[in-house]
Design a protein around this ligand. Structure first.
Ligand code: ADP
Ligand code: MG
Length: 669
């Protein structure tokens, strides 16, 4: 007798359950997706003992026909696909026909359902994969599924469950996410009768985000209105004989992508990606390409290792994205990944550039994470999403507070924003070098083309303020600020109509120079100064290895350099404005960047980093007294920047103490 045997359905289902059902939240996810696929507009989930004892989901969707109610528990039974070609364009959340049999094989499950077209409904009870009963019942249209004693017959899986608090947070996070993805539907979540989420249908995303996160976060978010992008698809291959038969050249086909959502300004800095919510065609996903595009959008606006809040919806032709990559369906593969990447990155960047949000005092969160944390974050592998990687939300934090008192056996992994340290200074001030702005001929500042409409005047009596004065939180106000003076010869203090501003002169100048160098680099107009004596630099073996990779780039910036014997390079020229004594430091810093962080970085990232280094070295340092004229120039030049919010390393440039907050602090309102 042969040694190979076909596994019984029951065993096969348990194996599938291992892939699909990892914890109570994955049951919630599969059932919730089924309800949404069934067109439900109201979904209610009730949970007991964090979903271990009971998880019930009720929906008002289309329900199942009586005959289908039993069929649904067969392996690979689905109403959503009929043909292999359907797999190329999946428009529903489910399609594998695995969830119900998998869940039923590891729990005691009761399904009650009625389709609109039938007078009576069906009730099916299955325990550990065995059918116990199937009855006709009376009930309204829709479906209710109750899952009890999850993993009662797989003790090994039970052991892997975490604390109630963690499991519940996963469920909460999941329902929250889907509620963000479907603003026009009602979602309710109760744990042992206690309401955790109850959101009624609203007409737009901002309102739903407000329902879920509250008003405080909303102030930090800017709208990303729908932006679309088209890819021209190559014509399908036609064999020569077919070409002759049909001589008309085919119209080139296009694929359209539409992105919309909400993103935070660069001053909101999270230490992990838990606040990034991505939906592709309504499906909650985790995708490396999109996550990278978001990070790239904030590159040079935020410190490395920090992440924004982003709630993004990308919609495209289902044929452009393959969701059949992993059983949990949280991974996708784009057919045109790199174009999608660039589109998403640019759409976010453009939005930030238009809105120019400014930090207020106190900072909503504090930047600069520890390097280790940054590295831990960088290690995100993008593997098939396990529920543990589902982002936590502010909502989960709410669960945490109450769960801690109930059973505080395990802290949530989420870092507490309030506990973070304020940014530390990267290097001692005395090491920073001065780039003297010549007072006489300050470079002219080209105004931004867009009219600065928000703040007509910088100050005036309080009662003359327009009604929306407390909402003027944009850096559009910069050019109209009235400088009052300098604090410690380092920070510019200025009055604006919407409050008091403090501007870090070093980082402000750094941003100005960064954009200037980047522009000149792109246009090939970097001014060069020849050195009287070539500067000879000794390289370490690692630097020697790195040098050829960036040599062209260095030259393009005006650092004319060439190999000069063993492990030595000679620099003959440098960009104008950089002091001779800084040249060596800049080159070494650039080599170090590429050594440590940029092994896999793109040329664009290297460029930005080179610019950032030059700008940082050349910018006015702190502890430098400035004349009013220079300060005015700095404010105007900053206002003319594309991204005046943060310096190229991600530190905030300007803080605003809003008039409303000032009035509040003095108990005047
Ligand atoms: P899939 O979602 O991949 O099709 P499932 O095992 O999750 O597979 O579900 C099997 C089938 O049961 C679905 O294709 C659908 O026809 C039906 N079904 C499941 N849940 C519901 C529901 N809440 N409302 C209506 N039909 C449902
Ligand atoms: Mg399903």
């Amino acid at each position: 007798m042969g040694r190979i045997r076909i596994l019984s359905d029951n065993v096969a289902n348990k194996i599938a359950a291992g892939e699909v059902v990892e914890r109570p939240a994955s049951v919630a996810k599969e059932l919730l997706e089924n309800s949404l696929d069934a067109g439900a507009t109201e979904v209610r989930i009730d949970v007991e003992h964090a979903g271990r004892r009971m998880l019930r989901i009720q929906d008002d969707g289309c329900g199942m026909l009586r005959d289908d109610a039993m069929l649904a528990f067969e392996r690979h039974a689905t109403s959503k696909l009929s043909d292999v070609r359907d797999l190329l364009a999946i428009a529903t959340l489910g399609f594998r026909g695995e969830a119900l049999p998998s869940i039923a094989s590891v729990s005691r499950l009761v399904l009650e359902t009625r389709a609109a077209e039938e007078q009576t409904g069906a009730c099916v009870e299955i325990t550990g994969g065995k059918l116990l009963r199937c009855d006709e019942i009376a009930r309204p249209t829709g479906t209710t599924i109750t899952v009890r004693d999850l993993f009662f017959n797989v003790p090994a899986r039970k052991k892997f469950l975490r604390s109630d608090q963690t499991e519940l947070a996963h469920i909460g996070s999941l329902v929250t996410h889907y509620s963000l993805g479907h603003a026009n539907k009602r979602f309710e979540l109760y744990h042992e009768g206690r309401e955790l989420l109850n959101v009624t249908p609203v007409s737009n995303l901002r309102d739903r985000a407000f329902q879920v996160f509250g008003s405080e976060l909303m102030n930090d978010l800017v709208d990303l209105p729908p932006k679309s992008f088209e890819i021209l698809l190559p014509p399908p291959y036609r064999p020569p004989f077919a070409r002759e038969a049909d001589s008309e050249p085919l119209e080139p086909e296009t694929a359209t992508f539409v992105l919309e959502g909400l993103v935070s300004g660069p001053h909101l800095q999270k230490l992990n990606r838990n606040s990034v919510y991505l939906f592709v065609n309504g499906r909650l996903i985790r995708d490396k390409v999109l996550l990278h595009a978001i990070s790239a959008a904030y590159h040079n606006l935020m410190p490395a290792g920090c992440y924004p809040f982003a709630l993004l919806f990308l919609n495209c032709d289902p044929g452009e994205v393959d969701v059949n990559v992993h059983p949990s369906k949280t991974e996708v593969r784009f057919r045109h990944g790199s174009q999608v990447h660039d589109f998403v990155r640019d759409a976010i960047r453009d939005t930030l550039m238009e809105h120019r949000p400014v930090s207020s005092i106190p900072l909503p969160t504090s930047p600069l994470p520890l390097r280790e944390r940054a590295q831990a974050n960088a290690g995100y592998s993008g593997e098939g999403q396990r529920a543990a990687e589902l982002p936590f939300s502010e909502f989960s934090a709410r669960i945490q507070t109450f769960a801690e008192t109930a059973n505080g056996d395990e802290p949530l992994t989420q870092a507490n924003d309030q506990e973070r340290q304020l940014p530390e200074v990267q290097r001692p001030f005395h090491e920073r070098l001065v780039y003297e702005v010549p007072a006489a001929d300050l470079p002219p500042v080209e105004p931004r083309p867009k009219a600065t409409s928000r703040v007509p005047d910088t100050h005036g009596a309080l009662d003359q303020l327009p009604s929306d004065w407390d909402r003027m939180d944009s850096l559009e106000a910069l050019p109209q600020l009235r400088p009052l003076g300098q604090l410690h010869d380092s920070f510019i203090v200025a009055a604006g109509r919407d409050g008091l501003w403090i501007i870090d002169q070093h980082v402000a100048h750094e941003r100005i120079l960064f954009e200037q160098v980047l522009r000149q680099r792109t246009a090939g107009t970097i001014e060069i100064q020849q050195l009287l004596m070539p500067l000879v630099l000794q390289l370490t073996p690692a630097q020697q290895f790195e040098y050829p990779r960036i040599a062209d780039e260095l030259n393009a910036y005006g650092f004319e350099s060439e190999p000069f014997g063993q492990r030595t390079i000679a620099i003959k020229a440098a960009p104008a404005g950089v002091r001779t004594e800084d040249i060596e430091k800049i080159i070494v810093e650039i080599l170090e960047i590429s050594e440590n962080e940029l092994r896999s970085a793109s040329l664009d990232e290297i460029r930005r980093n080179v610019c950032a280094t030059i700008a940082c070295r050349a910018a006015i340092k702190i502890n430098t007294p400035l004349e009013t004229k220079k300060v005015e120039w700095l404010l105007r030049a900053l206002a003319a920047c594309d991204y005046p919010m943060t310096c190229p390393h991600g530190r905030p440039i300007a803080l605003r103490y809003g008039t409303k907050d000032i009035l509040k602090s003095f108990h005047r309102i």
